[in-house]
Design a protein. Structure first.
Length: 416
């Protein structure tokens, strides 16, 4: 399900921004997405254009068709989503091979648990593991296969998803490396990508790894907060590097599309730089705002309303989780320098003229322009440079189309 708004920030398990997410056309409940992009789009209409069938990557046909959805949302902006034509839809409906036969999810908290539900709903076999016996028992009681060890979970799996907190990832990779099936794809769901890439290079250099980051967390946590619709319309970064196996990348992008999310191709370095400004920085500012409000005394806190509550809301996130998506990310220092310079300029303007109007106008325009961006459907090749340029330009993938001529990618991005 794709609507307006290119991918924006999000985090591993941090609270959501309370931005309403469109309900599923199948009757699913509405949910919220952390720092999710604007949902202000009118109902999209299918495209009927005929696409060329050239691509540098050749792939066999597959069994299941993509899950295309059209989401009615609120707002004035009108954005269309790149959808397949009727003939393309029928072509995929009649396809005859599977993507992943077995998926292992390690870590069954809010994100991992939601992945278990969503992947099973997509028709794939999925097995889980969690170090916490109570979490594992809860997942098992819900009817999911849960193993006693991580090695047992990954044995025979075509796709292994690391859904544990970032500090646990290096040890997990080291432990799992000997048990991975030949040709298995390894991915994760953490906020920062460079540290995970480094851990895989050090502990499992022969593993096929693609970093992932679904920007879809809510304020809830644990297995009990699992939601099969959590990833609907959520940006989901998938790292692509010069040495990335593009066939593996496309397989994972297909699954992300199946879950209703928006695959965003990006390098690990560019992803970490972007999330520093739209995830790490908002959390640091929220903590500072919460402390500044507290310093104002009981009267100020008794008068705290929407502005203070909204601005400090993500300060409710568990501190150890805030650290996982802020610590060890140098671009966050640059982002802090940027915002500090803007605050100092506003402070000086207020002291000199008694007004913050200049900052207010600039900030207002930036936010309104972000909400009312327009996008156009595009088709792109499965090539490193083109994928990176697409993500860097604010685009995402809407469908992976396979036929006897190869693979084609449909996407959305701002007009050039």
């Amino acid at each position: 399900a794709m609507t307006n708004g290119p991918p924006s920030g999000g985090c591993d398990r941090n609270p959501c921004s309370n931005t309403p997410r469109s309900p599923s056309m199948a009757g699913g409940k509405a949910s919220t997405c952390h720092d999710s992009p604007s949902r202000k789009a009118a109902t999209a209409k299918p495209r009927s254009a005929t696409y060329p069938t050239t691509s540098p990557v050749r792939m066999p046909p597959r069994t299941r068709c993509r899950s295309w959805h059209v989401w009615p949302t609120r707002g004035k902006a009108l954005v269309t989503r790149a959808l397949p034509s009727i003939s393309e839809f029928i072509q995929l409906w009649r396809a005859v091979t599977a993507n992943f036969e077995r998926v292992a999810v390690l870590g069954l908290g809010h994100i991992g648990g939601s992945l278990m539900h969503a992947i099973r709903h997509s028709g794939l076999d999925v097995v889980g593991y969690d170090v916490d016996v109570r979490t594992a028992a809860a997942a098992s009681a819900s009817g999911f296969p849960v193993t006693r060890t991580d090695a047992a979970a990954v044995r025979g799996a075509d796709l292994v998803i690391l859904a544990m907190p970032l500090p646990q990832v290096p040890d997990a990779v080291r432990s799992l490396a000997p048990h991975l099936k030949a040709g298995a794809l390894l991915t994760d769901v953490g906020t920062l990508k460079a540290p995970v890439h480094a851990a895989v290079r050090d502990s499992a250099p022969t593993a096929m790894f693609i970093g992932g980051h679904p920007l879809a967390g809510t304020e809830d946590s644990g297995w009990g907060a699992s939601d099969p619709l959590l990833f609907r319309d959520a940006p989901w970064t998938l790292t692509v590097e010069p040495d990335t196996d593009l066939r593996a990348w496309l397989r994972l992008a297909e699954l992300v599309c199946d879950l209703g999310a928006k695959p965003v191709p990006t390098t690990a370095a560019e992803q970490d730089d972007a999330v520093a400004r739209v995830i790490g920085l908002p959390h640091v500012l929220a903590e500072a705002l919460a402390l500044t409000g507290l310093a104002g005394g009981p009267l100020g806190l008794s008068l705290a309303a929407g502005s203070y509550l909204d601005g400090s809301r993500v300060a409710r996130t568990r501190p150890d989780l805030v650290a996982t998506f802020c610590d060890g990310n140098p671009p966050l220092v640059t982002a802090l320098d940027d915002v500090i310079a803007r605050l100092v300029a506003a402070r000086d303007e207020l002291a000199a003229s008694g007004s913050v109007l200049k900052l207010a106008v600039a900030g207002h325009d930036a936010r309104i322009n972000w909400e009312h961006r327009h996008f156009e459907p595009v088709e792109l090749r499965a090539a490193f440079d083109e994928l990176c340029a697409h993500g860097r330009g604010g685009g995402w993938i809407t469908a992976v189309l396979r036929d006897e001529n190869g693979v084609r990618l449909l996407g959305m991005r701002p007009p050039s």
